[in-house]
Design a protein around this ligand. Structure first.
Ligand SMILES: [Fe+2]
Length: 465
């Protein structure tokens, strides 16, 4: 029997209760609510032949990047394929094919299928979200934006979840250097729906990237009491607030948020490892003693070695292994990345693995005090700002900082000056960057430039001078 979902998309489901649970699940997922999977499980209880409900459960498992998600996701895939695929719509059949591609590690094939689905069904919210997020993790910069821009004209404010589309567009525009338009869409999204945490997240990226730290902190504080029933985006939003404090040089506040919020219960979940390791690395980069916090991430990072899905997670595993002296495990990770590189046939995946390999090698060298070798590895892959690693501009900024500090420590002052000059062009409001730039200019013998940079550091917000 054919029903339609809340946006008018045809669904093959045999009763209204199953349809209702399906709609609730998609809405909950759009707001990062932990109830999303439970609603979808209810949908398959109400209709055990509900193809799309099995498919979406498989999507949820893959998107969560749990340990070995393809095991549970494959079970849902097989359940979906065991329904009568002859009778479902082409959109539903294509969705199952996309899940199969994803489960089999063919992420690029999955994105191509999702794009085709959206070309024909631009109101397919979940497919748009899957495409948007996957392009983000795959380092497909323009596609983060275009996963929305191609279809945005079909949406209007009366449609359920319109704010989610605005929030995604905000994020995509900001990653493509159009923060002004991004901010406009992001604010409209939040005006429509304060529960739209992807829009909240997108606006916090915009304010960070524009160097508006205090505005970003005030912005996030208005929402932080509403995150109790949400999944891991909550911790990532705390991470964003901590990052703003770090930019201001308030490292006590950064550590307070680390200890009491986003690193309070570290698990092998990929975002836990990314959030915590990247913040500790940033803090140590500016001379902060982080105590035994690296050891607290160590077990989670080691568990992640056998379940590798994202180069960006590998980078944080490498940081943790390097900073806890687990050289054997780090060498093992480097071998695994190298092995993958030999096997792949896809140009994007090859580029991702090549960048991943170079950055993880650099981390190993850096942690062993060989800053020249670290710098050499990083410079080999720095074009396009390490984009093949995926993630956001501000997340990858930690690698740019690593390159600059490695250059200072290796006394490669001209390179250090260039790295920090690039960061200042993008974000002139960071006091620490002015001070690093001053050190680099001093090393180059340009004392006037060093003095000017130190004077400039006193004029921007921060606690370091
Ligand atoms: Fe983020």
């Amino acid at each position: 029997m054919k029903y339609t979902d809340v946006r008018g998309l045809e669904l093959t489901v045999n009763n209204a209760k199953a349809l209702s649970a399906y709609n609730k699940s998609i809405a909950a997922n759009a707001e990062y609510r932990i109830s999303a999977a439970k609603y979808m499980e209810r949908a398959v209880v109400e209709d055990p032949n509900f193809t799309m409900a099995y498919c979406v459960l498989g999507y949820y498992m893959m998107a969560a990047e749990a340990m070995a998600p393809e095991g549970a996701a494959r079970t849902y895939l097989e359940e979906a394929e065991a329904t009568n695929l002859e009778q479902v719509t082409p959109r539903e059949r294509a969705s199952v094919a996309a899940l199969r591609a994803w489960v089999e590690g063919r992420q690029d094939d999955a994105t191509v299928i999702w794009e085709k689905i959206l070309d024909e069904h631009p109101l397919d919210l979940l497919t748009m979200q899957l495409l948007h997020y996957r392009c983000f993790w795959l380092g497909k910069k323009e596609s983060i934006r275009d996963s929305v821009s191609r279809y945005f004209g079909h949406w209007d404010p009366s449609m359920p979840n319109y704010s989610n589309v605005l929030g995604m567009y905000c994020f995509g525009l900001n990653e493509n250097d159009d923060s002004a338009r991004g901010l406009e869409y992001g604010r409209r999204a939040i005006d429509l729906n304060k529960d739209d945490l992807w829009a909240v997240h997108a606006v916090s990226h915009v304010l960070n990237d524009r160097g508006e730290q205090h505005a970003g902190i005030s912005f996030l504080k208005q929402f932080d009491t509403t995150w109790s029933d949400r999944n891991a985006i909550r911790e990532h939003l705390w991470w964003h607030e901590a990052l703003l404090w770090w930019e201001l040089g308030d490292f006590d506040k950064t550590l307070e948020l680390y200890d009491h919020h986003f690193a309070k219960n570290i698990t092998p979940f990929y975002l836990d490892v990314q959030n915590s390791a990247s913040m500790l690395w940033r803090l140590e980069s500016v001379g902060v003693d982080v105590g035994d916090r690296w050891m607290q991430i160590s077990d989670a990072a080691i568990k992640r070695i056998d379940y590798r899905y994202l180069p960006w997670t590998d980078v944080h595993v490498a940081m943790t292994l390097g900073r806890t002296g687990k050289q054997n495990e780090l060498d093992g990770l480097l071998v695994l990345i190298q092995d993958d590189k030999v096997k792949v046939r896809n140009a994007r995946m090859y580029a991702a693995l090549e960048t991943n390999s170079a950055v993880c090698r650099a981390i190993s060298s850096y942690c062993n005090g060989d800053y020249s070798a670290a710098l050499e590895s990083l410079l080999a892959v720095r074009s396009d700002n390490f984009r093949p690693l995926g993630a956001s501009n501000v997340q990858r900024d930690v690698i740019a900082m690593m390159a600059g500090i490695a250059a200072l420590k290796a006394r490669e002052f001209a390179t250090a000056r260039a790295v920090f000059a690039q960061r200042l062009e993008a974000k002139p409001s960071n006091q620490m960057t002015w001070l690093f730039y001053a050190d680099a200019a001093q090393g180059c013998g340009d004392h006037d430039a060093a003095d000017r940079a130190r004077a400039k550091a006193k004029t921007v917000q921060g606690l370091r001078v």
